[in-house]
Design a protein around this ligand. Structure first.
Ligand code: SAM
Length: 440
C-alpha cells in the first residue's frame, strides 16, 4: 500500500465516520470535515454552537505511552495496555512483562492476549538492556501498533498528514539502537518512519486520572480531532476523558460555518515562543491575529525590560511576521536586535525555571514577589507560568500549612491569570476551569 494515498476530503470524512461508529457519531453532528482556508482539511461548525458545548468525542485509532525521558521520571510508569500506574522500586524488572519483552505491564494484562503480538515482536527484536524500562522503546510502542492496523484503519491512518523531519528519523534510529535484532527490512523501516511522522504531526499528548489516583500520560492518534487546525486564540479546547477518548468543547460561541480550531501550544506562552514551537514541531509559521499583534491583546506576555542603561521601560517585538524580530522600547524607543533579547529571555526563563524545580512553595512566592520584578516585567509569560505553578502546588499540597499572606498571594495570582485569559479571549478553556476549580 502506498504511503501517500491520494484521498479526497469527502472520502476521508466517510472513513472518519466509519471509525467513529455509532457510539461516537451523533445522529446530527454539529461539525463537518471540509477543505480549510487555514491549511489542508479542517473541521467546521454546521450550526451555531454554544460556549461550553461538547462539539465531538473521538476514539483513539492508536494509543501508546509517551515514552519521553521526562514522562518516565516524573509521572508514574504505566501498563502499556491498560495504562494503570505501576509501582516502581529500584528493580524495574518487577513491573516488566514476565515473558521478557521488557515493556511495563500490570498483572491482569500480562494474562490477557491484547499484548501477545507486540510482546512476541519485541522479544524477537531482543532489547539490549532487559532490566530497564527504556523511554525510546516505550515511545516505539505506538509506532509498532500502527503496523498492526487492519486495512480500513490503515487507510485512515495513511490519510493523516505526515511532516518529515531529520529529528523524527533520529527518534526511530535511537529506538532501533536499543535492540539486538531489529529488522533491516526497508519497507518496514519506511512504514515505521512514516508512522513517526504521522504521530508527531497529529498525536495528542494527554493525561487521565480515570485509572487511579495518579495521572497517567499517553500519546494518541484521534483521526477526527487530528483534522483540527491551530489558532493561538482558539474557539475550542480538548481534554482526555480516558486514555482512549478525547473530548472537544467550544470555549466560546461558534457560528455555523466557522472553522473549529484549537491551540497546539500553551495559551500563556509569548508570541515568539509559540511561533518558534509551531515552526519546529508542526512545521508552519502561525500568522493568526494574536501573532500579528505585538501587544498580544494588551497582555504583553512577551515583554522584557529595556536594555538601554537608565531606562525602566518595557520592550516588545516590532515586526510580527518574522521569527527573529527587532524589539523596541515603549518608553525610550531604543531598538535592539532579536539575538540580544532572545538571550535575555533565555536568562529569565532559566533563572525562574531553576527556582521552580528547586524551591519550596514559600521560597517561590518570595522569589516571585521580591526578586523577579528586578529582572522580569510582571506581564512576561515566564513569570506568569511561575505563578501558575505556585497555584498548582498550593492546591495539591496536603500537609503544608500556609500563612494568611501566602493564601492572599495565591488569590492574587489566580485573579491575575483569569484577567489574562479574559484579555486573550480564552473563554471557557480547560486552563480557566483548572484555575477556578484548582484541579491543575
Ligand atoms: C493535525 S494537522 C491539522 C489538519 C491538517 N490541516 C490536515 O489537512 O490534515 C496539523 C498540520 O496542519 C497544518 N496547520 C494547522 N494549523 C495551521 C495554521 N494555523 N497555519 C498553517 N498550517 C496549519 C500544519 O501543517 C500542521 O502541521
Amino acid at each position: 500500500m502506498s504511503l501517500k494515498p491520494n484521498i479526497s476530503t469527502p472520502e476521508l470524512a466517510k472513513l472518519i465516520n466509519v471509525h467513529l461508529g455509532e457510539k461516537y457519531l451523533k445522529e446530527t453532528p454539529s461539525w463537518k470535515v471540509l477543505d480549510s482556508p487555514i491549511s489542508g482539511r479542517g473541521i467546521f461548525a454546521v450550526r451555531d454552537i454554544a460556549a461550553g458545548e461538547v462539539i465531538l468525542r473521538d476514539r483513539a485509532l492508536v494509543v501508546g505511552p509517551r515514552g519521553t525521558k521526562e514522562s518516565c521520571n516524573q509521572t508514574p510508569v504505566a501498563c502499556v495496555v491498560c495504562y494503570k500506574p505501576l509501582e516502581v522500586n529500584d528493580d524495574e524488572s518487577q513491573i516488566m512483562c514476565k515473558n521478557g519483552c521488557t515493556l511495563p505491564l500490570c498483572d491482569s494484562c500480562s494474562q490477557g492476549n491484547r499484548h501477545s503480538t507486540e510482546c512476541e515482536l519485541f522479544r524477537r527484536w531482543k532489547p539490549k538492556d532487559p532490566k530497564k524500562v527504556i523511554p525510546h522503546i516505550l515511545r516505539l510502542v505506538s509506532i509498532v501498533r500502527c503496523f498492526f492496523l487492519n486495512d480500513a484503519q490503515r487507510k485512515l491512518f495513511l490519510s493523516l498528514q505526515p511532516h518529515s523531519d531529520k529529528y523524527y528519523m533520529l527518534e526511530l534510529q535511537r529506538a532501533v539502537a536499543c535492540f539486538e535484532n531489529f529488522p533491516k527490512d526497508r519497507e518496514m523501516l519506511e512504514y515505521f518512519y512514516h508512522s513517526v511522522c504521522v504521530f508527531n504531526t497529529n498525536a495528542f499528548d494527554g493525561g487521565s486520572r480515570e485509572m487511579g489516583e495518579e495521572e497517567v500520560r499517553v500519546r494518541a492518534l484521534f483521526p477526527l480531532a487530528a483534522m483540527l487546525n491551530h489558532q493561538c486564540s482558539p474557539n475550542a479546547d480538548h481534554h482526555f476523558e480516558n486514555p482512549e477518548t478525547i473530548v472537544i468543547t467550544a470555549v466560546r460561541p461558534i457560528k455555523g460555518g466557522e472553522e473549529i480550531v484549537t491551540s497546539y501550544t500553551k495559551l500563556l506562552w509569548g508570541t515568539m515562543t509559540r511561533r518558534m514551537f509551531l515552526k519546529m514541531t508542526k512545521h508552519f509559521e502561525c500568522c493568526c491575529e494574536r501573532c500579528m499583534d505585538p501587544t498580544e491583546n494588551g497582555t504583553y506576555l512577551s515583554a522584557l525590560f529595556c536594555r538601554q542603561q537608565g531606562c525602566k521601560g518595557i520592550m516588545i517585538p516590532v515586526q510580527t511576521k518574522t521569527l527573529q524580530p527587532d524589539w523596541r522600547c515603549l518608553t525610550c524607543e531604543s531598538v535592539f536586535p532579536h539575538s540580544k533579547m532572545a538571550r535575555y529571555q533565555d536568562f529569565a526563563l532559566n533563572t525562574i525555571n531553576n527556582r521552580i524545580n528547586a524551591c519550596s512553595i514559600s521560597d517561590m512566592i518570595t522569589f516571585i514577589n521580591d526578586m523577579c520584578p528586578r529582572f522580569c516585567p510582571p506581564s512576561n509569560y515566564v513569570l506568569v507560568e511561575a505563578k501558575l505553578n505556585v497555584i498548582w502546588r498550593m492546591s495539591r499540597a496536603t500537609t503544608e500549612v500556609f500563612t494568611e499572606e501566602q493564601l492572599k498571594c495565591k488569590d492574587r495570582y489566580r485573579a491575575e491569570l483569569l484577567e489574562l485569559l479574559e484579555k486573550l479571549g480564552a473563554g471557557e478553556c480547560t486552563l480557566k476551569k483548572l484555575i477556578t476549580e484548582e484541579r491543575l
